[in-house]
Design a protein around this ligand. Sequence first.
Ligand SMILES: [Zn+2]
Length: 137
Amino acid sequence: MMPGTITLNGFLGKDKRSLGTIIKADEQELDRLEISAEEIADRMQYFTDASFSTFDGTITLEEFFIIETETTRGRIPCPYSHGGMFRKSVTKLTNTKNHATVTWTSLNIHLIKEHHFFEGKGSSFRLEPALLVKALF
Ligand SMILES: [Zn+2]
């Protein structure tokens, strides 16, 4: 449990709230936005998969979405320590309709889908649910 706990703390940023409180607050935000973590994660996965094979070039999808995925060698484990391993990739998406931009990793998609964890405030890959909804849909 210890190594997992320490790693998970690295995803909390400057957030002073507990992990459970952070997740609960984001779940309430999702209710307000009338969307599920799964719907958001599936949309992120779709954009990552679609841009994965462009080998670090940008692609445009559905007219308004410009996406770029950068990959690095290796895999990163889920900090929840259940053995899940994820490719190292960073996807940047810009919605040209409203100029919203979001950047996420493969691990972010998993953390959102399986753990409803968007990371703590001030963490470098914290993703605000409202911004994700604005950018992705
Ligand atoms: Zn996990």
